[in-house]
Design a protein. Sequence first.
Lengths: 522, 382
Amino acid sequence: MNAPLPALVTDATATADDTTAAAPAPAGPDAPSADQRAQRRAQVVAELAPLLPAHALLSRSEDTVPYECDGLTAYRQQPLVVVLPETEDQVAAVLRACDRLGVPVVARGAGTGLSGGALPHALGVTLSLAKFNRILKVDVLARTATVQCGVRNLAISEAAAPYGLYYAPDPSSQIACSIGGNVAENSGGVHCLKYGLTVHNVLRVRGYTGQGEPVEFGSEALDAAGLDLMSVLVGSEGMLAVVTEVTVKLVPKPLLARCIMASFDDIRQAGDAVANVIAAGIIPAGLEMMDKPMTAAVEDFVHAGYDLNAQAILLCESDGTPEEVAEEIGRMLDVLAGSGASRMEVSKDEAQRLRFWSGRKNAFPASGRISPDYMCMDSTIPRRRLADILLAIGEMEKKYGLRCANVFHAGDGNLHPLILFDANDPDQLHRCELFGADILETSVAMGGSVTGEHGVGVEKLSSMCVQFSDAEREQMTAVKRAFDPAGLLNPGKVIPTLVRCAEYGRMHVKRGLLPFADIPRF
Amino acid sequence: MMDPTVRSPDANPGPRLDTRITDPALRILIDQVEAARAAGAQLRIRGGGTKDFYGEPPQGEILDTTVLEGISSYEPTELVVTARCGTSLATLEAALAEKNQYLPFEPPHFGPGSTVGGMVAAGLSGPPRASVGAVRDYVLGATLLNGRAEVLSFGGQVMKNVAGYDVSRLLAGSLGTLGVILEVSLKVLPLAPATATVRFELAQISAMQKINEWSGLPLPINASAWWDGMLVVRLRGALAAVQSALVALGGDVIEPTQAIAFWRGLRNQSDEYFVKARQAVEQGGALWRLSVPPTAPPLAVTGEQLIEWGGAQRWLCSAAPADSVRDAAMRVGGHATLFMSNDKSAGAFAPLRAPLDRIHRELKKSFDPQGVFNPGRLYPDL
């Protein structure tokens, strides 16, 4: 039976007494009062305390404050309580209790997400799965690993390494991010074009429904009976089920990898070179681009030997057997030279290859050195529009009076523009947000998506209004309801409410930024 | 009734400008769905009808998807093709072949009429599935006509896209139960420079051991099949990689034209094993598809087996009771589909356990609240 409770806050950006949300999250009209929160907290603690060891239930403000945000630090919200269960039975018991009380549950892995997917709910429980950190089985012959959800991405590859195997998706945060979080976000990395995303590399997920029932999606076979629920679970940002255990595919580690660093004097030539590589029938293991401002920032940081005069640098990697790599590198060099590369260098050994990559992998910290703050965007576009979007971003720099450095997973058409600003200046923050929204909407207008791999979370809720129609978003809401009828799993994320989209639309029309508002739908 | 091709100007701009369907044939399909809704009737979504035998028996008035056909966009440098549901699979594959690209999962053609929509709805993948992935792994986006006669687009034409739930991949294998797949965007790949096929005389246990060992090595293993004491392996990749793998594996190299015919026969189920299986089905037998972990031991069932996907897909032609076949698959962590039989009273697909059964019913309701589409095709009560 449901206890009496204050109105559920369905918009995750709503603030509360101990909320320190940055400017984009105005206090919602439904934000609970401090009294409501205290009363609710006491109720929840009383209900959960018998289910968990004392150290696994945190409710004092100083204990829950470390959980107030994930990798997107601009949004903060302290949860009512944090639970750190150690067994699946405890997870199930917590979920059943929360279901009874009607308390929202926000599952949390390593907290490295970049879109606020693990932002706590003002009246909710944050369910940390950090203690689920055991590798349960590496099956060498079947090439699978079964691990608990809190196992770090890189730890899986480390456990598989003695057998010549590894787990392919490698998000930049792979040292820290957990496989459960990867499943929630459908994480990518720099090798997706050739090796796929999380959804392509996960066989089976075990977890719990919002009501605390155990559930398994997929299987150790290559498919499962019925609808392919796994494909919709992966990337659902903790809104359909709580994941506790994952079976992933392992693939043979290539014998060798070599990387070409190619310079271009012209952005358009670099963009065309990417298309030309693909057109030549080559699927590079990695294909990344950095523009001149980014190159300057990272070279100063890592001293990788980047060409500081180039307008754009491409990193193009081949992996496989030594013969295969030699053959492919030769073909890649021909295409890049034919596309107008002004300078090309092939890594001679592993140390040099890693040096080439060091700048790309350190793009974010390097940006932190040249600007007090930066906002990382994550849209995708068709590859052929790479130069167009770069030039458009160049125009936006003038329009909004802010600098932007660009790194791309060029092979996937996935952009990570880093808008540089100073958060202490409210006007800069405001302009930065408009700049970011402009990039996302331009990406959608070019046939792309508002998020390639970081997820929607709370950050891109408004952008979802641009990419999807009311009926499409309503269908997504209905999908959530099918898995989670009570709507208690990570409510307020991913799918914006109709009201929010209507408001966002009005704001846009006022700003005159809404692209193609009057074009026909089909 | 509002013209579906025009949106009210105050609505948000829709996604993916270049996937918008302008074909007047869309109107025909929407009208038919609206009429069925109004009449409380049910529709049986049908393309070429080449997979009518698959799943539970089709019911309802035919909704013919072949009226909506054609390749909407194809940009080889993007590795993406977008095609309408009624496009013939052969036409699509010919267009890709012209640009030296292909659908790497090699979907079956059970007849010349196979369509793109049917391929996605059935979700069946061919011999290379274990190494390259399934249909759903190549679905990047889809436009769907749901049971409320709404046209919805999910996913897109880009490789990476995590905006909202990935509804488009869910459509692969949904057997039309969630709606009419109007248009899909698929990832395609360049044809590999080299292919070779080798065979080994091996009993089942050693064959399965070998193929799984090899699959864990950096070798370009692309497909495998075992039947009657013979393991056949296809290598595909860079020329240097295929050549060195041929040396490493040994075995008898099968001459290319013969090899191409062999894999085509397997893919389209026109080879000797499947011809015999269909004869057995005529005489009251059944063809089962068992999906199991690749390293599962030989199954304790009687009947003739052909094993694909490195051990993960086992075809079984047998007259054994359905329960015993389903048990054998379940005991090793898999499931059994009654693929072809004149008697499907045992259910075409393995039954779902709670809470998956509930989620299936709720999902169906969320897309098709009145149960207009393909009633009972996936499960009798769905």
